[in-house]
Design a binder for this molecule. Structure first.
Ligand code: SPV
Ligand code: MG
Length: 274
């Protein structure tokens, strides 16, 4: 499930999900910028560090196209491991990337340079459990099916821990055609944003290991904030708007004020000293 901040990461964990997708779209939008590598990769790193502090769940960072060449990918892996992030997903697009759903001239990078990034990532990680997910953007840019499949084989051969096959179709045909032919042990990941009318167990039966709900916390927060702003602006009062929103007490609970109160008792010994 997508998260983009410490708070949303905490909410994802409390809901029962087993892992966090640190979405590039959601992190960028939360910062008020476009999902076009406008946020620098160290700014993304800072955002994901807050998620790490707020949640114990595994975090897969959306690493876009790696924020540069293989050398930047190596440094990215180093920094992600230092901050306790559990994996990164990199896509075979050119830097600076564009979000896959933006209607524009989307371009993939050449497959060889991308396999170099995968190998560089795998060679750099120190923790054996760190996951490098290779994301295929071939269907997004309109490559023929065989070329997308050929790239998937190359990325699996390069050592990717999983293959994310992305599609912007409103039906699941492209994805299911892919899973049908996939004959490698490398697990498959999908992002059913546009083709969400297909029941998830269809993907499970087709051999998909992981579905990412990629941007729904971001989008729900936008709607909620817009509604509340509209209501308060119109009423020039918070009375009505306060009925349907989280209490301040809930904010304190989510940020674990209780722990601080206990720590104060322990460390301040009731002296009230600073
Ligand atoms: C993201 O959440 O940033 C993604 C998934 O990359 S998507 O926006 O569907 O391309
Ligand atoms: Mg993204």
């Amino acid at each position: 499930m997508e998260a983009h901040s410490g708070l949303s990461a905490k909410i994802v964990e409390e809901a029962g999900f087993k892992g966090i997708w640190a979405s590039g779209l959601a992190i960028s939008a939360t910062l008020g910028v476009r999902d076009c590598n406008e946020a620098s990769w160290t700014q993304v790193l800072d955002a994901v560090e807050f998620m790490r502090d707020a949640s114990t769940l595994p975090i897969l960072l959306d690493g876009d196209s790696g924020f540069g060449d293989f050398n930047i990918v190596r440094r990215l892996i180093l920094k992600l491991e230092q901050r306790g992030i559990n994996g990164v997903c990199i896509e075979d697009k050119l830097y600076p990337k564009r979000n896959s759903f933006i209607e524009c001239d989307q371009k993939v990078c050449d497959a060889d340079s991308f396999t170099g990034k995968i190998k560089a990532a795998k060679d750099t990680q120190k923790d054996n459990d760190f996951c490098v997910v290779a994301r295929l953007e071939g269907f997004i840019v309109g490559l023929p099916f065989e070329q997308v499949m050929e790239r998937a084989h190359m990325y699996a051969d390069a050592g990717a821990d999983a293959i994310l096959v992305h599609s912007k179709r409103t039906d699941a045909e492209q994805i299911l055609a892919f899973t049908d032919i996939w004959d490698r042990p490398t697990p498959l990941v999908v992002v059913p944003t546009t083709y969400n009318s297909t029941p998830t167990d269809v993907f499970a039966k087709a051999g998909v290991s992981l579905a990412i709900w990629a941007n729904h916390n971001l989008r729900t927060s936008i709607t909620a904030m817009q509604d509340t702003c509209r209501q308060i602006y119109q009423a020039q009062s918070t009375l009505k708007a306060s009925e349907n929103i989280a209490s301040v007490k809930e904010v304190f609970r989510l940020t674990d004020m209780e722990e601080l109160a206990a720590a104060e008792k322990h460390y301040l010994s009731g002296s009230g000293a600073e």
